[in-house]
Design a protein around this ligand. Structure first.
Ligand code: PLP
Length: 385
């Protein structure tokens, strides 16, 4: 049985040309980018070129781009760093219950440790945010950070960040967007979006795991979380990961160059998958915002009767046994046997959340394998329906 990987929102395979771009930095070009000798200069130049490329791709200045170890670290820095910069002043954090845990757990931690006031923007059953509610929740006498993801990693919903930053202006609130899921899928421009902070992560667009970047608009008050050397212009101490920074920059540039092509390919795969399920008689509901969504993510619920006890990840395991890799939402929560916090926040019961899966496509998936996956999917589901 061939295994079919449809969990690309968790992580993508590393593209061969990205592996190729990394290799010199794992062999002859090994210098520490902070060393002054020639070995260091070679890697320093490569690192700064990578920074320039990332900056160009997102419409920023190179001095506003900082490499991190991951999207999680970038989110943590955005949230914790802005609160730490304003310690002692009343601080309000506005977010939504649909955010990734990298944001939500940081918010809860800040609430507990630093008494940060936290408000959640209301949303409907499709995960669409209520911007009137955001206007009502802004507390003008507080320092504020609004943290709303650019696109939701479980549903694929694209959030109206431009509208949010326009609202934020009324009280001078800072805006952070977790763009980990949309970077490389949508062309992001920090000025058009109007954000002060933005997190991205390489492994969502064909670079390796363990490299991210944060955009920090010039003048944004923010404290560092890692102290030590003066790396990343004092924002993040630790020897730079030149190989993976180069990989992230190249992968982002390449994704943007292939954007239309990849997006129409994954949209076709999404369509083929749904059509094949329908042809095979499987009833389903598509979760999320049907109008504004990323083309590669599909979140589906199936009307599995409650007499079928879907404890833990039963559905995912049954699909895995059939050779299909999908997930129940964020990889960080799958395996914990807890249903998706996003689906629960949409008002689903635990059973219905467990009767849901996220299928996500990449440029490497083919129509043939997606058709085959949907057929196997239907066989597994028919046993449960
Ligand atoms: N934010 C979102 C929306 C994500 O989808 C992910 C990864 O799943 C992260 C943050 C965390 O990124 P990383 O895996 O690079 O830590």
């Amino acid at each position: 049985m061939t295994r079919i990987y449809l969990d690309n929102a968790s992580t993508t395979p590393v593209a061969p040309e990205i592996v190729e771009a990394i290799m010199p930095f794992l062999s002859e070009q090994f210098g520490n980018a902070s060393s002054i000798h020639a070995f260091g200069q070679v890697t320093r130049n490569a690192l700064e070129l990578a920074r320039e490329e990332v900056a160009k791709e997102i419409g920023a200045k190179p001095s506003e781009v900082f490499f991190t170890s991951s999207g999680t670290e970038a989110d943590n820095l955005a949230l914790k760093g802005t609160v730490l910069a304003r310690l002692g002043e009343p601080f309000q954090m506005i977010t939504s219950k649909l955010e990734h845990k990298a944001v939500l757990e940081s918010v809860y931690w800040l609430q507990k440790k630093f008494k940060v006031a936290v408000d959640f923007i209301a949303h409907d059953e499709r995960g669409r945010l209520d911007l009137d509610d955001l206007k009502k929740k802004l507390r003008p006498n507080y320092r504020q950070l609004i943290s709303i993801m650019h696109a939701n990693n479980e549903l694929g919903n694209i959030n109206p960040i431009k509208e949010i930053t326009a609202i934020a202006k009324s009280t001078n609130a800072l805006v952070h967007t977790d763009a980990v899921q949309s970077a490389g899928k949508l062309k992001l421009n920090v000025d058009e979006l109007g954000v002060d902070l933005m997190a991205i992560s390489g492994h969502k667009f064909y670079a390796p795991k363990g490299i991210g970047a944060i955009y920090i608009r010039t003048g944004t008050p923010i404290e560092s979380l890692l102290h030590g050397g003066t790396h990343e212009r004092n924002r993040r101490a630790s020897t730079e990961n030149v190989a993976f920074s180069v990989a992230l920059a190249k992968a982002l540039k390449q994704s943007h160059a292939e954007l239309q092509q990849i997006n129409s390919h994954v949209a076709l795969l999404r369509h083929v998958f749904l059509e094949t399920l329908t042809k095979n008689g499987v009833p389903f509901q598509v979760n999320g915002d049907s109008e504004h969504h990323l083309p590669h993510i599909l979140n589906l619920s199936f009307p599995i009767p409650t007499k079928q006890k879907l404890a833990g990840d039963v559905l995912l395991l049954a699909l895995d046994a059939a050779g299909i890799a999908v997930s129940s939402g964020s990889a960080c929560t799958s395996g914990t046997a807890k249903p998706s916090h996003v689906l629960l926040a949409l008002g689903k019961t635990e059973h219905d959340a467990r009767a849901s899966v996220r299928v996500s496509f990449s440029k490497f998936n083919t129509v043939e394998e997606v058709t085959e996956a949907a057929r196997r999917f239907a066989d597994v589901l028919k046993r449960l329906l």
